[in-house]
Design a protein around this ligand. Structure first.
Ligand code: PLP
Length: 366
């Protein structure tokens, strides 16, 4: 917990893995209009956003649908598993962090037949173990996290997707902290769906979750929930309607955020920008004797985890940075004692980075 008085005087730059620091344009768009969700003014925004989500990775509208629903990223994960898996599905879940374990908990909560392939937090997923599990021939689907935000590790998507294809298994992906900034293989025949959210790499505001999925997957799933049933949302959205009240302001913000992403050069340009910022932080911290928790080549472009130096408490680092205008993130669970995390998502300027370097030098140099 933060010490009393640690709240910054002015708005902080967010270096936590979402919600992110907004651009002025997105912040203004979020509160630009009061809209009824059943009027054409909103429904046009909804359609533009859903099409814009397909455009990020060039998904053909003939094969793919983007389905939006109110909630956080976990809503998208849960809707994906609870509505796209057929009643007789048998799911293999790859775990190497909090979010892989959350996929397994969601499956359990919905009575889905699922088996975890467990590895420790931060361990690399082992394709040989995945291959051995799939070779049993009992699984119909595999669920995994693309970027495991627990540690910043980017999991090896292409080899796992190839294994899925070879064994006739459909791949369901938690891309909550990678959609918009890392490569996603929408042309891979095994990929069935990606769950994600407006408020991470897409730079929108929280409250709007979405799943990009094959149209065929919407037709072959089973109902396990009223609200989370993606075919209901997809059907009504295709009819320029909505089953329930959507997060209107989050749609307004995401519409602007998607325009800005396209203007800035799309996901590839965002990946390059995030990488450059992450490397600047790494270089600065290395000069202060603070080491990465993972080998840099294993990390996503989105977030890096760092080892807390011996004798340095997380709270001192967090509160020192917060007084200087930056919010970082602690390690989850047992990792809280040994690591901290710095995400470089969001509208972060070069001037912010220069101030951050000075702040890190003050906090770690003392
Ligand atoms: C942030 C995140 C989620 C969802 O978290 P919410 O708090 O529900 O938004 C899911 N998976 C990953 C990999 C994430 O980083």
């Amino acid at each position: 917990m933060a010490e009393p008085g640690a709240e910054a005087q002015q708005a902080s730059i967010l270096l936590n893995p979402g919600p992110v620091t907004l651009s002025e344009g997105v912040r203004r768009a979020a509160v630009s209009q009061d809209l009824c969700h059943r009027e054409p003014e909103f429904l046009r925004v909804q359609s533009a956003v859903l099409q814009g989500l397909l455009n990020v990775y060039g998904c053909a509208a003939g094969d793919w649908r983007a389905v939006g629903l109110g909630g956080s990223g976990t809503t998208a994960m849960e809707a994906m598993l609870a509505s796209l898996l057929p009643a007789d599905a048998r799911l293999l879940v790859l775990e190497n962090g909090v979010y892989g374990e959350r996929l397994a908990r969601i499956a359990q909560a919905h009575g889905i037949t699922a088996e975890p392939l467990h590895q420790g937090w931060g361990e690399p997923l082992d394709p040989a173990r995945v291959e051995a599990a799939l070779a049993q021939g009992t699984f119909t689907h595999l669920a995994m996290v693309h970027h495991e935000t627990t540690t910043g590790r980017l999991n090896p998507l292409p080899p796992v997707a190839d294994l899925c294809e070879r064994h006739g298994v459909r791949l369901l992906l938690d891309a909550v902290s990678s959609f918009g900034a890392e490569g996603l293989p929408f042309d891979h025949p095994a990929l069935e769906a990606c769950a994600a959210t407006a408020n991470k790499c897409l730079h929108g505001i929280p409250g709007l979750a979405f799943v990009v999925c094959r149209k065929a997957a919407l037709a072959s799933g089973a109902r396990r929930s009223l609200y989370l049933h993606l075919p209901d949302w997809a059907e009504r959205q295709a009819q320029q309607s909505t089953p329930y009240t959507p997060p209107v302001n989050a749609y307004l913000a995401l519409a602007r955020a998607l325009e800005e992403l396209a203007e800035q050069g799309g996901w590839q340009a965002r990946q390059a920008r995030y990488r450059a910022l992450a490397e600047r932080v790494r270089g600065c911290l290395a000069g202060l004797g603070v080491e990465p928790w993972l080998a840099p080549g294993d990390s996503s472009c989105v977030l890096r985890s760092y080892r807390l130096p011996a004798g340095v408490a997380y709270n001192r680092v967090h509160d020192g940075l917060k007084r200087r205008g930056f919010v970082i993130y602690e390690g989850q669970g047992g990792l809280a004692q040994e690591m901290f995390r710095v995400s470089t998502m969001g509208e972060i300027t070069d001037a912010d980075m220069t101030r951050l370097e000075a702040a890190l030098a003050e906090v770690f140099g003392a």
